[in-house]
Unconditional design. Sequence first.
Lengths: 149, 155
Amino acid sequence: MTVVCLSAFMPAALLAQKWEYTAAVLEPTESNILHSQGLLTLVSGIASAESFLLAKGGNDAGVMLEWLVDGLGGGGGLGLEGATIAASSWPYLAAVPRSKRRDVLQAPFFGAAAQVTTDTVFISIHGCIRDSVSVGSYFPVSNNTLYLC
Amino acid sequence: MEGPDVGIVQQSVALHFGDHLLISVYVARLFGTASNLKGMLIRHLGLHGSRLQSGVTLSELYSDYTALWKRLLGALGSKVDTCFNAAVTTLCELVAAVDPLPGREPAVQAAISGKVSCSISKSTTSERSILLKDRLFQTIFLKCWLCSTCSSIGP
């Protein structure tokens, strides 16, 4: 039996390319938008086909779903087109029975993901780095407490 | 930079879409011609043309066509737009075609993160051939059954 270890040669994978999606906000050239849109399409496609896998939870699933929430908010420089792509996968995720959903598909996750999204967009637009405390003071979260970085 | 990338597009697109129409549409759009594709695949990947006649699924690509899988994921990081597009289209199609093979879940996980916890063995292939054999036996059995029914009804 030949055993092939695949972890050794992985050159790039979906999550490793997320920086391209984020970069498209800062520099929305045609090529960057195309890459950003392609990646979001793939994320959405995987979430649709493998909704049960994502519902199992874990780190990667969390990043994927955060990415989808971000896309739904028009992130990656995509606006309405991106929101449409991201939205197409939610019905499939919602079809996973409640009993099979782990941590990531529960209500608190979405609040946190939206918060991360707002934060990222703010930082992207203003080009400042997250370590500044003043960044947080602009963003009251849903329960009226100030979000501090 | 552009040379190897173009090769990747040809390989990934051609292997995934067993459907001749799609191959010709994709390759024609990207390169203006669909000729010599089979020869190129055999040369580059050492594959047998006969194996390319039907569509390839995600788990097969992951376990059997490791060279192609590597190139396909590598194409996601490509700066060439056509190459990137082909990689996204191909992966989307592969993921959308849900197959019941045992290698499916690690294949998806590898596409997402590239991190694979367990190593995969070639047994996937043999399990697949068992599946296919089962199906074949079922068909033969059904045919035999139909024949016997027909002959019993007949004169």
